[in-house]
Design a protein around this ligand. Sequence first.
Ligand code: PGA
Length: 252
Amino acid sequence: MSDRTPLIAGNWKLNLDPVEAAAVASALVPAVADRGDTEVALFPTALSVPAVVQAVQGSGITVGIQEIHDQPGGAFTGTNSAAMARAVGCAWALIGHSERRQLFGETDEGVGRKVTAALAAGLLPMVCLGETLDQRDAGQVEHVVTRQLAAALGTLRPDEVATLTLAYEPVWAIGTGRTASPDQAQEVHAVLRAWLRNHYPAYVADQVRVLYGGSVKPGNAAELLSCPDIDGALVGGASLKADSFAAIVHAA
Ligand code: PGA
């Protein structure tokens, strides 16, 4: 890991109702109190956000929304606006998760619009990227992730890009128990950082954090997090219990 501040984020997906989410968050607060400068963020379902915001109050743990629309409001039944997420205490917006891309028709361009909307509302975008197994087998990893990255960043200014967090999540490693090896992950993280270095002033690539996601567990976190371009983890299944998530935070 570099001198970028490590960040461990939990993506709770469609799990943990408000009562359950508050219980996990409350258990997590003391369990990660000795985390040093490692940052911790939680992404509950939108309905559980207020309960989690309240449970982590004063702990330094931050909260994010899993999905926003690109418009601030209007006739868009069923979604969340970035400003409203901010108003209930969110600091982050998760954008472009592969489940959104695969199950809900999220496009590269849509991701770019949502990044802009998040920044406009004062939310920190966490942008997910990653290839499918077919794309990896076809040798298209670099092509796919840099295409996703370019579309996510669009015409943002360098100082805006520098505030983003990326999460490289190979689709074949999400929820499958199959983790990318540290070498496989580091290789793609280095590709993303090199792309940033080629397109923006040097401080941008130095500053942007790139998390790894995909079956991160207490047993594999330390090895992944020791890679030079891996600045943290986006954790799904293992973030649903305070003890396993805390163990990953301590690995950082
Ligand atoms: P997983 O999910 O840790 O359960 O593989 C990661 C994610 O989808 O963000």
